[in-house]
Design a protein. Structure first.
Lengths: 242, 206
């Protein structure tokens, strides 16, 4: 029996007893088989998770239709309609004001943020990049931020190198996941990495993106007073926020 | 008279089992497994109100109950994929409510632990005849390797995604895939599958 079929049956819990003997034998003696098995087991998990996501989205959509129906008032008297209309107007107006406010912090973030360049593992074109570190930075440079986030996180766990925190946070910011970037940057600030003096600038931008304007300002003031990376931009940004 | 008796016998032997033995509609099971949005939405809507009313007597609020209702659906689908629904002797609704009830108990137990609040209900005195159905919740999150694979998987072409989903997530054999799709034979499925996996591996390497 072909190895792939054997793995297939194993994943589907369909191995017969003779096949199971063969399977266990291969697992012990054949490293390639073992590697393929690990790969396909992980693949099964990954694809199932994706398939579950699709299903959950169907449920969420179905549920949200009920939630919307709940809010629609069905009373028919004119005064109630008027009252409802005025409430909607007020809500709509304040929403517009809020939107305005959020777009401006969003705009400020977008004009000021740029993922910090890769100074750790320069990519040499045409050279075969095999190890995970180069792979992570290559993904970062190519703009595949989701992949780089995962690889940086893994590499940080293995090596404890602080710069992975910094770059993972940068990639997360580019993906507009400021909430996840903030704790990483705070952690990075505690280290003595060569990049640490650049961290506060990115932390300030992360706060800005997360709409925590007060904390953003506070952090920007630190950038200015410590004369660290981007302190001139920090002055400008502070003026725009005041 | 003879014909009447014969008919009666025929009824008891052949039809009665179908009438009395409730079983789950295969159509629903397949809709759940294959993420048929239209069918799933209509199933979801069909029992939602009844479930919210059913859960209300345990003193849970609307948000809790709609979360539990969704979780019960997720568990239902898991069991559909594992083939556990094929031999179930109850209707989908009863089964769904059974899982929901188990989840409700779980939540109440958890709340009892964290607060000293004593809810005013008695689990033992349930008025309904729904048996709680336990299910394992898979708490294990994806490892980083698996998350990476998921990211790359999403970048594959539509055909590959469909094929690998049928095989890896929904547990269909190659023969079952042939029946369900327009692949002409088992060996075509097999070679297409290994081509898709190869593409995925190349994406990871590059």
């Amino acid at each position: 029996m072909n190895h792939d079929d054997l793995i297939n049956k194993y994943l589907g819990k369909e191995l017969s007893s003779t096949e199971e003997v063969l399977f266990n034998e291969l697992l012990k003696s054949d490293a390639v088989f073992k590697e393929e098995l690990t790969f396909q087991t992980n693949l099964k998990k990954a694809i199932s998770a994706h398939d579950d996501d699709v299903f959950k989205n169907i449920l969420t959509r179905a549920e949200s239709e009920h939630q919307q129906q709940k809010v629609i008032p069905l009373k028919r008297s004119f005064t109630k309609w008027m009252a409802a209309a005025s409430i909607i107007f007020v809500l709509g107006f304040s929403y517009m004001l809020m939107q305005n406010n959020t777009t401006s912090t969003n705009d400020l973030f977008a004009t000021n943020f740029e993922p910090y360049r890769n100074v750790i593992a320069p990519i040499v074109r045409g050279e075969e990049q095999k190890d995970e570190k180069s792979k992570a930075f290559l993904a970062y440079e190519k703009g595949e931020y989701e992949v780089s986030v995962l690889l940086f996180s893994k590499l940080y766990k293995i090596t404890n190198e602080p710069y992975y925190l910094f770059y993972q946070a940068n990639a997360l910011l580019k993906l507009e996941r400021a909430d996840e970037a903030i704790p990483l940057l705070q952690e990075h600030l505690k280290t003595n990495d060569t990049l640490t003096q650049k961290t506060n600038w990115y932390l300030a931008l992360a706060y800005l993106k997360a709409k925590e304007t007060d904390k953003a300002k506070e952090t920007l003031r630190k950038v200015v007073s410590e004369k660290s990376y981007k302190n001139k931009d920090a002055v400008k940004l502070l003026q725009e926020l005041e | 008279m003879l014909t009447f008796l014969a008919l009666k016998e025929l009824f008891i032997l052949n039809l009665l089992p179908y009438l009395s033995k409730k079983s789950m509609n295969k159509k629903y099971i397949n809709a759940l497994i294959h993420n048929n949005a239209k069918e799933i939405t209509s199933l979801y809507n069909a029992h939602r109100m009844a479930f919210l009313n059913f859960g209300k007597k345990y003193g849970l609020d609307y948000d809790d109950l709609s979360d539990i209702y969704q979780e019960a659906f997720i568990a239902l689908r898991k069991n559909a994929i594992n083939g556990k629904l094929d031999n179930v002797q109850s209707t989908l609704k009863t089964y769904l409510f059974g899982i929901g009830k188990f989840k409700i108990y779980d939540l109440l137990k958890e709340r009892k632990k964290t607060t000293s609040y004593e809810p005013n209900f008695h689990i033992t005195n349930d008025a309904d005849d729904i048996e709680p159905i336990s299910f394992e919740t898979e708490a294990d999150e994806l490892t980083i390797e698996q998350q990476l694979l998921k990211t790359y998987f999403k970048k594959l072409g539509k055909k590959c995604k469909e094929l690998l989903t049928l095989s890896f997530s929904r547990g269909l054999t190659n023969d079952e895939i042939v029946e369900l799709s327009d692949y002409s034979s088992n060996s075509v499925v097999r070679s297409q599958k290994s081509r898709c996996i190869k593409t995925l591996k190349e994406m990871i390497k590059s």
